[in-house]
Design a protein around this ligand. Structure first.
Ligand SMILES: Cc1ncc(C[n+]2csc(CCOP(=O)(O)OP(=O)(O)O)c2C)c(N)n1
Ligand SMILES: [Mg+2]
Length: 306
């Protein structure tokens, strides 16, 4: 969570300052979902994520330097600078990619779950998606197939209240994601998405079910995005005081307080974790700044199967 917080905080600043091109959507405030799920998965499991996917990729162990270089559109980035923030991917880490198409993570994770099942691999596939994506056809087709074929797929809905500039509760007559999962016969549970332990425990259970052949599970993680839909969004649609209320439920502070209370960590150790995360991010930024832009000759490499 500390690494995601440091990464996203600096990415927001670098985007504002014009150092990162394209569009950037940060997951500040949602770190516990990424870390709780990421920590519960095994090394060969899959994830497919969204336009707000930096945290999921980092929690999966993706290389910080390669990710930062990708966001800077450098040739040494994980996708050779062609993907950027919204398409960063690393199949070697089981990351099937961030995705600019809302809802597209779902069919990808269902496909990965299907391959795991057919090959008898015991690998679990996670689809991260927002609550807005539940209004897309892709969610419904994917959920139905995952259910009827008992696929080892965990559907992780990050319910962060908003879809672009709308309160998601105004976009459907059935705002409960758990209820919508039930309509496909998929068991589901709501979890406090700002509590990393709760997310972790729920994912451990869901993954065990998947590996036992008991089919998919949906987790609705209730959380909030601290920033706008994209960096630069002035957020006039958020009611006064709402952001402040959610910032009181900072997932990092919740965990820190718990660790201090239980004596599992001391203040110095926690400070050290944050400092190390910042150092890793700063060093990735320095490195990305020095890297050259991709060679124009490379423009058509890796395109259409080349
Ligand atoms: C198929 C498709 N439709 C619409 C969009 C435009 N769009 C981008 S993000 C977004 C809202 C997504 O909301 P949600 O799923 O809740 O994710 P969040 O941004 O809150 O993480 C929309 C409508 C898109 N990228 N793809
Ligand atoms: Mg949302």
């Amino acid at each position: 969570m500390a690494l995601i917080r440091a990464f996203e905080t600096r990415v927001a600043e670098l985007y504002r300052d014009g150092e990162i091109p394209g569009f950037v959507h940060t997951s500040l405030g949602q770190e516990a979902v990424a870390a709780g799920v990421g920590g519960a998965l095994q090394d060969d499991d899959y994830i497919a994520t969204t336009h707000r996917g930096h945290g999921h990729c980092l929690a999966r162990g993706m290389d910080v330097n390669g990710m930062m270089a990708e966001l800077f559109a450098r040739g040494e980035g994980l996708c050779h600078g062609k993907g950027g923030s919204m398409h960063v991917a690393d199949p070697s880490q089981g990351v099937l990619g961030a995705n600019a198409i809302v809802g597209a993570s779902l069919p990808l994770a269902v496909g990965a779950g299907m391959s795991s099942k057919l090959l008898g691999q015991g690998r679990v596939a996670v689809a991260f998606f927002g609550e807005g994506a539940v209004n897309q056809g892709a969610f419904h087709e994917a959920a139905n197939l995952a259910a009827i074929w008992d696929l080892p797929t965990i559907l992780v809905c990050e319910n962060n209240v908003y879809a672009e500039f709308s309160d998601s509760r105004t976009l459907t007559r059935v705002p409960s994601i758990v209820e919508r999962a039930a309509s496909y016969g998929i068991e589901a549970a709501i979890v406090d998405g700002n509590d990393v332990d709760a997310v972790y425990r729920r994912t451990i259970d869901a993954a065990a079910r998947c590996r036992d052949g008991r089919g998919p599970f949906l987790i609705e993680a209730e959380t909030y995005r601290w920033h706008g839909h994209y960096e630069g969004d002035a957020q006039p649609y958020k009611p006064e005081g709402e952001s402040e209320e959610w910032r009181e439920k900072d997932p990092l502070e919740i965990s820190a307080a718990r660790l201090l209370r239980s004596g599992e960590a001391g203040a110095e150790e926690l400070e050290g974790i944050r400092a190390e995360a910042s150092e890793r991010v700063e060093s990735a930024i320095e490195r990305a700044r020095e890297l050259p832009a991709p060679d124009p000759e490379e423009a058509y490499a890796d395109v259409f199967g080349d």
